[in-house]
Design a protein around this ligand. Structure first.
Ligand SMILES: CC(C)(COP(=O)(O)OP(=O)(O)OC[C@H]1O[C@@H](n2cnc3c(N)ncnc32)[C@H](O)[C@@H]1OP(=O)(O)O)[C@@H](O)C(=O)NCCC(=O)NCCS
Length: 330
């Protein structure tokens, strides 16, 4: 009798660009203050990529880190998945650029677009591919350069975002199953609350779209906030149910780092004490699909979690999309 194929997390990695943009720097750029940004969002600083440092470059460095932690060579990978909302180009995919840098020629590579929930969607896709037997070892990356799609004159959005990348190597296993559950959701009715209007087929690039700054992120922050909290609670609760675990079994909750007040509201509604919630938003800002994986990687590297601890990743983003995954630390 064939045993069900399990998924083992072999390793994680991350990379942040060197340049730091502080709230004090932003005070010189728009009408804002460190006090406003800190109290309303929890963010003190964020990383910003260089002009000649595309998303695939951050993805590459995070992937090298993950491959080292997994102790395997790039040639062992048989699928590359990149979750991103800020790709190098619309075509080809950032995953193809990453493949070119890493070297495992001919293996399939594609991008996955689910905004800030992208990495959780990626876990679901990787899990399904491995369990089906189609691929054995998958490199899953969340990589973003939101700074390149930000209107740096709009104080409503420019204080929120940053750049970074995280990666995970997942592999088929007969003995282990590290992905205990994944729950995903979406509702396109909210597409007008958080969006990047131009550059696609609705508004192809024109002088008008450039002059109107339509190639940068637009957001109705207050409305996003109101919907983010219940959807993150829903996703976290459903994924927990599916995993068969209880709230107390979770060593660490790793929510999407969009706003400290959202994180606190989710924790309060779920009855989780904040010492069980991972927070690094103060130094990263919102890095969309890269948040949960870079946070997980940091939690592992700083021994905040150890082998076999159960962790829940929770995300919410443009679309709207949401999702959560209960995983076992490798
Ligand atoms: C964006 C966000 C921080 C704004 O906080 P808020 O408490 O809702 O603030 P509001 O949007 O109601 O704005 C309050 C005031 O602050 C002002 N303001 C907005 N950005 C500001 C800034 N950077 N500095 C100073 N003042 C600012 C507004 O203009 C408004 O002024 P007004 O009352 O004179 O009109 C908050 O709504 C939020 O985090 N939303 C979710 C965003 C998010 O998570 N997006 C990604 C999801 S994946």
């Amino acid at each position: 009798m064939n045993r069900k194929i399990g998924v083992k997390i072999l390793g994680t990695g991350s990379y942040f660009p060197k340049k730091i943009l502080t709230n004090a720097d932003l005070e010189k750029m728009v009408d804002t203050s460190d006090e406003w940004i800190s109290t309303r969002t929890g963010i003190s600083e964020r990383r910003i990529s260089e002009k000649n440092e595309p998303t695939s470059e951050l993805a590459y460095k995070a992937s090298i880190d993950a491959l080292m932690s997994a102790n395997i060579k790039a040639e062992c990978i048989d699928l590359i998945l990149v979750a991103t909302t800020t790709p190098d180009m619309l075509c080809p995919s950032t995953a193809c650029f990453l493949q070119m840098r890493l070297g495992p020629t001919f293996i399939p590579a594609f991008d996955l677009s689910a905004a800030c929930s992208g990495f959780i969607y990626g876990i679901a896709v990787a899990k399904a591919f491995i369990e089906s037997g189609l691929y054995k070892t998958i490199l899953l990356v969340g990589a973003e350069e939101l700074s390149k799609f930000t209107d740096w004159t709009d104080r409503n959005t420019c204080v929120l975002f940053g750049d970074g990348a995280g990666a995970m190597v997942l592999s088929a296993s007969q003995e282990n199953n590290d992905i205990l559950s994944v729950f995903l959701g979406a509702n396109g009715i909210y597409s007008n609350l958080l969006f990047l209007p131009a550059g696609g087929s609705v508004h192809p690039a024109t002088v008008h779209t450039v002059n109107e700054k339509m190639h940068t992120i637009k957001m109705h922050g207050r409305e996003v906030f109101k919907i983010a909290v219940p959807k993150m609670v829903l996703a976290a609760t459903k994924a927990l149910e599916l995993s068969g675990k209880r709230l107390d079994d979770i060593k660490l909750f790793i929510p999407h780092q969009a706003n400290m007040r959202i994180i606190e509201a989710v924790a309060k509604k779920m009855g989780i004490s904040m010492d069980k919630v991972f927070v690094n938003i103060y130094k990263t800002g919102n890095i969309s699909a890269a948040t949960t994986i870079t946070a997980l990687d940091e939690a592992i590297k700083t021994n905040r979690v150890n082998k076999n601890d159960i962790v829940e990743l929770i995300a919410f983003g443009g679309g709207f999309t949401w999702g959560a995954a209960v995983i076992k630390v490798t």
